[in-house]
Design a protein around this ligand. Structure first.
Ligand SMILES: [Zn+2]
Length: 447
């Protein structure tokens, strides 16, 4: 079956490239203030693409507060497993057109084997990859296939998570493939096996009934901003590692992230030290990170000579994969309260939390995915972490707890997703499409 599929996918590439171009031509930006018509047209185009790929029962489904999602289903035969394929058809706004070479972000152009245009990679390449795998497999694979393509990932407000929670039965599958991530580097077959979680809270400090003159009263009375700064300063040790008891750490053993590349990617200024301990990968994907992302205090311009009675900060914590965000939030809250100096009044208000993700790497789907990637790329497969969270992954796991989740796709660092001149490498799209076809075909043998 392998050489056949390889040749089939190769033959499909001109058609898939054309389909991708057609999708890119629709500026399906689902952010408020952008026209709704292209978003709707993109949904219709995706439905047509899936139907043309032989998927029966393709329909548009309502999603709370979001454009309709496209859903299609071919039932499993002979007791074969079912796979659910996910991607999204909305895109990031293009940003300033003059930042794009050629100045037309929704007019796709091929250059040096890459297709340029907003959404060419994120995530319309994922849609085309799913359609391509279905086209390559045709009807002779007994594996059940469900496809869910949503229309509001980039501007998401939780609608799809609600949809997943409300439609657990419809979406029930043995394996869920989320192709909104990608390879560690161009040409390096990669499975994303962990995502960090998050927990945030607001800490407010009060010391005085109101602002008072710093000359007449400064000295004995504590200033709320100084007290808050002392509390914040306890969140890290001198090396910059998180110093909150109860925050978990996981050993990261995936592909490395080169320190110089990290410095460049993050834009760390020359001479500024990196903080924390361990490899960059360990710090990004296996360890928590604590940041203060906002602070309420008087502005410097116009600041009065007065003691500050009240100050507030938002503390945002990224969590090691696998840690329960509620536990982490409690640990941070306890730490902040215990760190308050001088008996100041302190109030910690819990904020949003998000589940991380740690892939099951001992299941049949993980083995089949590894095997398919290795075959399609002709290289050993690496696994990798992602420092952010994908709330949809947690929603799928809550609704369908026994499903194995595979995170992969044609996005790699050169794609510049969310930036001007986004592109996808068409050979990478071909390899990924082949991997997905091999994977689905291989799921039968894996059971
Ligand atoms: Zn995306």
């Amino acid at each position: 079956m392998t050489p056949d599929l390889q040749a089939t996918v190769k033959d499909l590439m001109p058609r898939l490239t054309e389909e991708l171009k057609q999708l890119v031509r629709l500026p399906s930006v689902a952010f408020p203030g952008f026209p709704a018509a292209p978003v709707e047209q993109a949904g219709v185009a995706v439905a047509r693409l899936l139907a043309d790929a032989g998927l029966p029962d393709v329909r548009m489904m309502d999603v709370p507060g979001a454009p309709q999602a496209v859903f299609g289903h071919r039932p499993a035969r002979d007791g074969a497993p079912t796979v659910l394929l996910y991607a999204h058809y909305d895109v990031q706004p293009a940003g300033p057109e003059e930042a794009w070479e050629g100045g037309r972000p929704f007019d796709p152009v091929e250059r040096d084997g890459r297709l340029y245009g907003r959404g060419a990679a994120d995530d319309k390449s994922g849609i085309v990859m799913h359609a391509g795998a279905l086209l390559a497999l045709e009807d002779d694979c007994p594996v059940g296939v469900k496809v869910l393509i949503e229309g509001q990932e980039e501007a998401g407000e939780g609608g799809i998570e609600e949809f997943v929670a409300a439609n657990a039965e419809l979406l029930e599958a043995d394996v869920i493939v989320i192709s909104d991530v990608g390879n560690y580097a161009l040409g390096v077959p990669t499975l994303t096996t962990s995502l960090r979680g998050m927990a945030a809270c607001d800490v407010e400090v009060e010391t005085l009934e109101g602002a008072v003159h710093s000359g007449m009263f400064g000295g004995p009375a504590p200033d709320a901003l100084v007290a808050l700064c002392r509390i914040i300063a306890t969140l890290h040790d001198d090396a910059g590692s998180p110093a909150v008891a109860g925050l978990a750490t996981m050993e990261y053993d995936g592909a490395p992230y080169d320190e110089a590349a990290y410095r460049t990617d993050a834009g760390v200024l020359d001479g500024v030290s990196l903080i924390g301990k361990g490899s960059i990968g360990q710090r990004l994907y296996g360890a928590p990170s604590i940041n203060v992302i906002g602070i309420d205090a008087p502005r410097v311009d116009g600041a009065a000579n007065a003691l500050i009675p009240k100050a507030r900060a938002r503390v945002s914590v990224r969590l090691a994969p696998g840690q329960d965000p509620a536990d982490a939030l409690k640990a941070v809250q306890a730490h902040l309260e215990a760190a308050a100096p001088w008996n100041v009044m302190i109030k910690v208000t819990p904020g949003t939390t998000g589940e991380g993700f740690l892939a099951k790497t001992d299941g049949p789907a993980y083995a089949a995915a590894t095997q398919a990637l290795r075959q399609a790329f002709g290289k050993e497969v690496v696994h990798y972490g992602v420092g952010g969270s994908i709330p949809l992954v947690a929603a799928f796991l809550a609704a369908i707890p026994d499903a194995e989740i595979i995170l992969w796709g044609p996005e790699e660092p050169q794609c510049k997703i969310h930036a001007p001149n986004e592109s996808v490498d068409l050979a990478e799209l071909e390899r990924c499409t082949l991997a997905e076809a091999l994977f689905i075909a291989g799921l039968c043998d894996a059971r």
